[in-house]
Design a protein around this ligand. Structure first.
Ligand code: SAH
Length: 249
């Protein structure tokens, strides 16, 4: 079995790459696909770049060229549910494209006729258990106390819910409220997950989406986000991938 791992940011890829063995790199469409052994499993690690098109192309290449059997997409997201705090982890039971509107004010993808794309149940429940354990035990040891204090992270939690994706960095209270009111059971918002979900749905391949909250998707988001990526996200993303892989072994 080979697992595809997609992250959107180079910082996250670099951290996980350090833990890969027997790795070799294949470059296609400007993307470096790193194949090798990761925490005891065959894996292909790749930076998708940002946004739905970039993510969809990457997922299609993982499936067609590298023939991966499952895809995990990991990274950061802005919190939408007011219960979500920076450092909390969300595993998607459903993904939706919040900027899809075929003319009837729904999120339905025309011709596929689905709106909320369901993650693979077994993979999602394994991921939720793995990241819950990581959040309660190891996670706060992955970055220095100084930054835990700065980001107000004390007891991060892991939850299951909807992750919305769109080609927009959400940093306005008004848009955040719109998402909370229109997307069923939304926890957070990002820019790639639901695109990968659609590709995996069309190929019939299991996937799940896992995100750590980096910002509140509100007026302070741009500032919080850059610092969070540099100081925390890369370690948290590596921890999440490792926790999931160890459970799959
Ligand atoms: N500043 C970067 C772009 C970052 S986009 C640049 O100019 O190149 C933000 C990335 O983190 C995306 O990959 C997205 O999936 C995730 N993300 C984190 N917080 C988000 C938010 N509030 N809204 C949308 N995406 C967010």
């Amino acid at each position: 079995m080979t697992i595809g791992v997609i992250c959107a940011m180079q910082e996250e890829i670099n951290e996980i790459h350090k833990d890969m063995q027997s790795d070799r790199t294949t470059t296609i469409a400007g993307r470096d696909f790193i194949s090798g052994t990761l925490y005891g499993q065959n894996a292909v690690l790749v930076m998708s770049r940002i946004g739905k098109v970039a993510a969809a192309v990457t997922a299609a290449l993982l499936l067609e060229h590298f023939k991966v059997d499952k895809i995990l997409i990991c990274g950061t997201a802005g919190g939408v549910d007011p219960q979500m705090n920076v450092g909390d982890i969300v595993v998607a039971d459903y993904s939706v494209q919040h900027d899809m509107n075929p003319g009837d004010n729904s999120f339905r993808i025309p011709l596929l006729d689905v709106d909320y794309l369901k993650s693979d149940e077994a993979l999602t429940s394994l991921a939720l258990q793995a990241v819950s354990e990581y959040a309660s035990a190891q996670m706060t040891r992955d970055i220095p106390q100084e930054y835990l204090d700065k980001f107000h992270i004390s007891a991060p939690k892991a939850v299951l819910g909807t992750i919305a994706s769109g080609d927009q960095f959400i940093c306005e209270k008004e848009k955040n409220t719109w998402l909370y009111e229109h997307v069923k059971n939304i926890k957070c918002v990002e820019m790639e997950g639901a695109a990968v979900a659609q590709v995996c749905y069309e190929w019939g391949v299991p996937f799940t989406v896992i995100r750590v909250i980096s910002d509140g998707a509100n007026d302070d988001s741009s500032v919080d986000f850059d610092l969070f990526i540099e100081k925390a996200a890369r370690f948290f993303t590596r921890g999440i991938v490792r926790a999931c892989f160890e459970r799959m072994a």
